[in-house]
Design a binder for this molecule. Sequence first.
Ligand code: HEM
Length: 122
Amino acid sequence: MTDSLYSRLGGYDGIATFSTTLVRQARGDELLGRFWSDSGEDRLARELQLLIDYLVKETGGQMYYTGRDMALAHKGMGITEADWTRFIEIVTSVAGDLGVGPTEGGEVLAFLDSLKGDIVIA
Ligand code: HEM
C-alpha cells in the first residue's frame, strides 16, 4: 500500500514548513498581500495553525481540524481567478524549493483544485 500523502510530504513537520513558507510568501505577494493587510500577528498565527491542521487532516495525518469549511472561511473575500492562479504559482514554487517530488506535488495540486469552487468567486 502506498504511504499517505501526509507521510510522503514529510509528516507534520513537512506540512508545517510548507504551510509557513506558503503563508509568508502569499502575505508578501504584490497581488495577494491585500488579503492580509489588516491581519494582526495573533490572527495570522491562528490562521497558519488552522491551515496546518487542515492540511494534515486532509492528507491522511492525525489532526482534528477546528476551523471553518473552505467556503465559509473565504466567503466575502472576493478571491478572483487571477488571485487563484497566483496562489497556485506560489504553491508550485514553494513545493519546488522544499524538494516536494513531482508525484506528491501533483497530488497537492489536484487536492487544491478540488477546493477551488468553494474559494474563488464565480
Ligand atoms: C488565493 C487563495 C487564498 C487566499 C487569498 C486565502 C486567504 C485567506 C485569508 C485572508 C484567511 C483569513 C480569514 C480570517 O482571518 O478571517 C484564510 C483562512 C483560511 N484559509 Fe485561505 N486563502 C486562499 C486559499 C486557501 C486554500 C487553497 C486553503 C486550503 C488548502 C486555505 C485554507 C484556509 C484555512 C484553513 C483558513 C482558516 C479557516 C478559519 O479561520 O476557520 N486557503 N484564507
